[in-house]
Write a protein that binds this ligand. Sequence first.
Ligand SMILES: [Ca+2]
Ligand SMILES: [Ca+2]
Ligand SMILES: [Ca+2]
Length: 453
Amino acid sequence: MQSLKVTITLGLFFLFSLVSLALFFNLDGEADFSSLASRDASGKKGKSTVREFEKSEVISKQDKVENEPSALFNDPAIKQAWGLKKSDAARAWKVTHGSKDVLVAVIDTGIDINHEDLKANLWTNPGETGLDKKGQDKATNGIDDDRNGYVDDVHGWNFVSSTGDLTDNHGHGTHIAGIIGAQAGNQKGISGISPEVSLMIIKYYDPKVTNTDNLKNTINSINYAIKMGAQIINYSGGGTDYSQEEFDAVKKAEKNGILFVAAAGNERSNSDQFHYYPADYKLSNIISVTALDPSKEILSTSNFGIETVDIAAPGQNIISTLPGNSYGFMTGTSQATAFVTGAAVLVKANKTDFKFDDIKKYILSTGDASPTLAQKTRTSRSLNLFKALTVLDQGMSANGVMVTGPVHEVFTTTKGDNKELNSNPFGKSLMDAVQKSNTNTKRLGDKKENQIQ
Ligand SMILES: [Ca+2]
Ligand SMILES: [Ca+2]
Ligand SMILES: [Ca+2]
């Protein structure tokens, strides 16, 4: 009898240990260090505010990508990009390819400024280029020529080292920049969502530099983007602690008319209950983005919330640029966020007089609605680039069918209850037509989508 008790007790203990281990390793073998990063040693949420780039590692890397000459553009890897297909990029690109006049600040881990598929789309600070009075190159003369407080900030600034050196020691920032704005039609690599754009690179995090204040770097990065005239900010990071200083910086961006596209986070949690910042600040200029898999379901690792998470976009096994002229796949709400930023560039390029609230409305009140997304996002929608550019303007469906009756824009850009789910702003005939057009389109990557190389 005694030995039976001991056996049961040991068995239960063993089971408990297994469950604990499984929870820590997220049941899929990946340790959840990102959640730990925002908690103190006791396991409770600490008072110290922490910002990390999202847990998002390179899945695979390659120097060359498969040649697919039949693609819309001649970029070899475009057919591997299932996210472009599912967000209807090919039809969107018939409307616009973006514009160099749209300035996006990518606040991340830096970038490979010499990458073959990115260098043409880097923003260049006009005040730090050309020759100074002594005939020296302003970019490298060691002088703050435009007197903005930063010496030789040619393509942006590195707040980790306080220099203009933007070297990406992780790969995350280079990957995000490529999703937004890799060059199209250059016979190299991939195409970004908005292949014409100006990318301002602001580095707030470096895995090789320990004990840096990522939150402070984030706030400084936002303020730099504001100062230097960015129209859109992409921030693929965050933390679970509210920061008044960070809130104030994003609010200042709002006052300056800047759209702030933020990752919902990879914490596997309901953001309505467990907030993730800066995505969850109640500010009108923020779009909070969660991630989809190729079947358009939200990833199990992604945060969700019908009050706090605005929209879903492709985020699993996304191919993009990596340092050293290479390419690779990454997964997370970071990648999804970059898709929405690219969409914002397209909308802004197509409607140059648009303010951030117009851009936000065009992205959030179009898209593809689905019942599963209704339980996990505020809009119940996933990103559709073509619809974001066309539906509200034309009052017609993606395949040209006129809407019966007027288009009512019932969607509001202020966060609140989920009223828009109760009524269909476009009418049933439109939604049916759009649905039909979605199932009929056979475009990019029909056979090889989501194939990990
Ligand atoms: Ca300067
Ligand atoms: Ca200079
Ligand atoms: Ca390319």
